[in-house]
Design a protein around this ligand. Structure first.
Ligand code: GLC
Length: 436
């Protein structure tokens, strides 16, 4: 099997499932201004440790998290096992800076894995390549390290090989002690800290030996600003299985050099931060997120939506509200998402098409004047139903449409030239079966 064939075989479930939940959780939930505080404010490990002593997520209930995610139609999840601050949400033998040593004494990763797996979701783990806690990670002169411009660290010597051993050991633990891990999300390479600097070939070889089906993102090689060698004829051993654009939906989807579609997953925040922030400002609505999900699917990709649980272990109420509204829509319309991809028909003006084999889904976002024009030849259409109530949507030819003979027009009700009524304010979906 070629590398590309292996890659599409590995990513098949993920590209079918389309929607995932990202969870950014760590000590940074306590200062509650996002996960970069330690770096921005140049806080040293000694001072940052106060959050370690305070951490006690008494409300952590991953079963509820998993149920909320599953209801919202999410088929997989990715939890930050270790973010940049270096704090581990799992019981690692290689550090004391871990959740089992905090007041809660719990292995938060284990509980997450068990709960989400029981709910039928696939399991993803996020792991930060860089580490602001480990002594042997470069401090002075690094791009992001909290001590990057602290003169006191100028002549400090580090043994980066020790850090690499630590990182490899922890990843081995994560892939050995928690059963099947479906997806691994590295974050991220930067500056000169890319690829083989992480001993990436060796790492990937070890990971694939432990978990042969595991899907990897492309950030061992790059950050969100590039695809890396995944899109070339000769991908590196650590080019990953999918591209991971961040806080953006790719304007045309993502293809390789030959124009063939590549697996990709856009990740986005629900508000403006990954880690927990107090306050409910700037949340994306369920309507926006559903429409962006549809857009991703119509371009052959996935959407990974983030929540940042608070210091007590609660997913913010506002996020739950958005997910519950998504759940309502997904209950009725998820067939137009799962297993769907780009359509063979051009993007319509009123929304998007998604397609699965001979079924095209018309996602109508915008009210038209008169009936809905479809750029699908009439003789190719076998049937059209509104997914709202599975009512038949007739093809109509009122005199008002005669000027546009190349289009198929649909409408229900009378008269046929009346304005098509959108039956779902988030996204009205027509299911169009094509003749075989
Ligand atoms: C950015 C953020 C990081 C976050 C990641 C998710 O790289 O800096 O904190 O985890 O996005 O894609």
């Amino acid at each position: 099997m070629s590398y590309k064939e292996e890659r599409s075989k590995r990513t098949a479930w993920m590209m079918n499932d389309r929607l995932g939940l990202f969870i950014h959780w760590g000590l940074y939930a306590i200062p509650a201004i996002g996960e970069w505080k330690q770096s921005y404010e140049r806080i040293d490990t000694k001072d940052y440790k106060k959050y370690f002593y305070e951490f006690n997520p008494v409300d952590y209930d991953p079963v509820q998290w998993a149920k909320t995610a599953a209801r919202a139609g999410m088929k997989y999840a990715v939890l930050t096992a270790k973010h940049h601050e270096g704090f581990c949400l799992f019981d690692s033998a290689f550090t004391d800076f871990k959740s089992t040593n905090t007041q809660c004494k719990r292995d938060l990763v284990r509980e997450y894995v068990n709960a989400f797996r029981a709910e039928g979701l696939k399991i993803g783990l996020y792991y930060s390549l860089f580490d602001w806690h480990h002594d042997d990670y470069p401090h002075y002169g690094d791009l992001y390290h909290p001590m990057r411009d602290n003169e006191a660290y100028k002549n400090h010597t580090y043994d980066f090989s020790k850090y690499l051993a630590y990182m490899h050991n922890q990843i081995r633990e994560l892939l050995t002690n928690y059963g099947k891990i479906d997806l691994f999300w590295f974050d991220n390479s930067y500056g000169n800290m890319v690829g083989e600097v992480w001993k990436a070939t060796e790492l990937v070889t070890m990971m694939r030996a432990l978990q042969p089906d595991i899907i990897l993102n492309n950030r061992l090689e790059v950050n969100a600003s590039s695809r890396g060698s995944i899109d070339t004829e000769k991908p590196s051993a650590f080019s990953g299985d999918f591209v991971a654009p961040e806080q953006i939906v790719p304007p045309q989807g993502i293809c390789d050099d030959s124009g063939a579609p590549l697996p990709w997953e856009a990740n986005c925040t629900m508000n403006n931060n990954w880690g927990y922030v107090t306050g409910t400002a700037n949340y994306k609505s369920a309507k926006t997120l559903i429409r962006k999900l549809v857009e991703c699917v119509s371009k052959g990709g996935n959407l990974l939506i983030n929540v940042g649980p608070d210091a007590r272990g609660n997913i913010p109420a506002k996020s739950i509200e958005v997910m519950n509204r998504m759940a309502q829509w997904m209950t009725k319309y998820s067939d137009s998402i799962y297993g769907c991809t780009r359509s063979s028909f051009a993007k319509p003006e009123w929304g998007y098409y998604t397609q699965k084999d001979n079924t095209v889904y018309a996602h109508i976002f915008e009210q038209c004047i008169g009936p809905i024009p479809l750029q699908i030849p009439t003789d190719r259409i076998k049937s059209i139903h509104n997914m709202y109530d599975f009512s038949e949507v007739p093809i109509v030819r009122p005199w008002t449409t005669q000027l546009f003979p190349d289009y198929t027009f649909v409408n229900f009700g009378n008269p046929p030239q009346a304005t098509f009524e959108l039956t779902d304010e988030i996204d009205t979906v027509l299911k169009i079966e094509l003749e075989t």
